[in-house]
Design a protein around this ligand. Structure first.
Ligand code: CA
Length: 220
């Protein structure tokens, strides 16, 4: 027994998946196809995708934002957890990766729930705000370029309704955030956002050591 978070060795991680993962076949195949891409490490872990789907169901979210789509794995978990009239507004700049995403969204029968914006996410987020969509989203997932994390956080907070949830990925960044010798721009950006959210009285938070670190932020 331990009152500290366990470090998962390979055997314990495999056990965790074996007794808890319910990954639909279409998601399993998408993950397998993405694993062949040299950038496969950008894909969310399966237990993380399932956890986000649970959060969507738990919060009754129907209007969701995703910043950073890659091959669409997490967006598909979220879309499958939504009610029929649920929507995901998805932001990415890669035609190549999102082409894979669209193929699996289509196959899963939820392509109609996901509106993909192929443009820099800041442009899309600012346009949503200009269109009067502030305060209308229930859920946001931030998982794109780390240098813009603070900007994505502020825009997401504006777009969310009170009681809405933001999930931020990679907030433990392979442990580099706790290593003062790591001063590259991505590590510094994540470290600064973590410290900022800790002091941000507009929100409640929890930083979970799930996968590469997952911060949950509840807008007050
Ligand atoms: Ca990520």
């Amino acid at each position: 027994m331990s009152n500290k978070t366990l470090s998962l060795n390979a055997a314990l991680y495999d056990y965790l998946l074996a007794v808890s993962l319910r990954e639909p076949d279409v998601l399993e195949r998408l993950r397998a196809e993405t694993a062949r891409d040299p950038m496969a490490r950008m894909q969310s872990a399966p237990e993380q995708g399932q956890f986000m789907a649970l959060l969507v169901q738990l919060s009754g979210a129907s209007k969701c934002l995703e910043i950073g789509v890659f091959t669409g794995y997490s967006a598909l978990w979220v879309a499958l957890a939504l009610p029929d009239d649920g929507r995901v507004v998805a932001c990415d700049t890669s035609e190549k990766w999102t082409a894979i995403a669209r193929r699996y969204w289509e196959e899963a029968g939820v392509a109609g729930r996901i509106r993909l914006h192929l443009a820099p996410a800041m442009e899309t987020l600012d346009r949503l705000l200009d269109d009067g969509e502030a305060g209308s989203f229930d859920f946001a997932f931030i998982d794109a370029d780390k240098g813009n994390y603070r900007n994505y956080y502020e825009r997401s907070l504006q777009l969310l309704r009170p009681g809405g949830l933001i999930v931020i990925d990679n907030t433990l960044w392979s442990g580099d955030v706790a290593d003062p010798s790591m001063q590259d721009v991505d590590t510094v950006a994540i470290r600064q956002l973590n410290e900022f959210i800790h002091q941000d009285t507009r929100v409640e938070l929890s930083l979970l050591p799930v996968a590469d670190g997952l911060t949950l932020v509840l807008k007050k």
